[in-house]
Design a protein around this ligand. Structure first.
Ligand code: FMN
Length: 205
């Protein structure tokens, strides 16, 4: 089959787009507003896009059902800091709960019973339970085209300035065995994948 997204003519019951670009890592992002109120939300339009220095990008698109721009975007642009956490199998329910669309200023971490601790280098606190946390300094927002002028599209770039890794993930050989953390990733519809096994392939050159 073939379809054109702008024509929405797949003929399928549900637009399959998000079931095709998979698995998407989940940035579980904490931020604070100018009053210091904590916010936590997951974003699967996310990736690492540079290494030296490390830079991440994610897309808090559209608006919440109450019409507000997503709190994560507003906070990061105002304060200039955020933390990206690895979403894991053990934390899956809390991660999902933190995606609830709540009015600005509501602390999803507190609602999900998650402990936040101060970060080392940035104003946004981090989740104590997350085995990996990337402290990020906001770099810039790039606006993108949107089919609906009332639903903004854009991506946020941040430089990773500090990295926390649970010592339990580090092997005797000095590598990170990420499968121990059972990361979860987003598929389409309401589906997720969990990384529980890995395989090795070496490059030809
Ligand atoms: C696994 C998962 C991935 C999500 N990915 C995105 C995303 O990439 N972009 C987005 O705007 N919303 C995404 N959402 C929805 C947001 O988490 C949701 O809109 C949230 O309320 C935003 O919170 P905030 O207003 O506190 O920033 C995702 C939700 C889940 C559960």
């Amino acid at each position: 089959m073939f379809y054109e997204p702008r024509l929405d003519n797949s003929g399928l019951a549900i637009d399959p787009l998000k079931a095709l670009v998979v698995p998407r890592p989940i940035a579980w992002v904490s931020s604070v507003d100018l009053a210091g109120r904590v916010n936590l939300a997951p974003f699967s339009f996310f990736n690492l896009v540079a290494e030296a220095p490390p830079i991440v990008v994610f897309a808090p698109y559209g608006r919440k059902r109450n019409g507000e721009i997503k709190d994560t975007k507003v906070n990061i642009e105002a304060v200039g800091a955020f933390v990206v956490h690895l979403a894991t199998w053990d934390l899956r329910e809390a991660m999902n709960a933190s995606s609830a669309q709540l009015p600005h200023g509501t602390d999803e971490a507190a609602l999900a019973g998650l402990e936040m601790v101060p970060s080392r280098l940035v104003a946004a606190p981090r989740l104590a339970a997350a085995p990996v946390a990337l402290e990020c300094r906001y770099l810039k927002t790039t606006d993108l085209p949107s089919l609906d002028p009332d639903e903004p599209n854009g991506v946020i770039f941040g430089e990773v300035v500090g990295i926390h890794i649970d010592d339990g993930l580090i092997t005797a050989e000095g590598r990170v065995d990420i499968a121990r953390a059972k990361p979860i990733a987003r598929l389409g519809y309401s589906l997720y994948a969990a990384v529980t096994e890995t395989f090795r392939m070496t490059r030809p050159d």
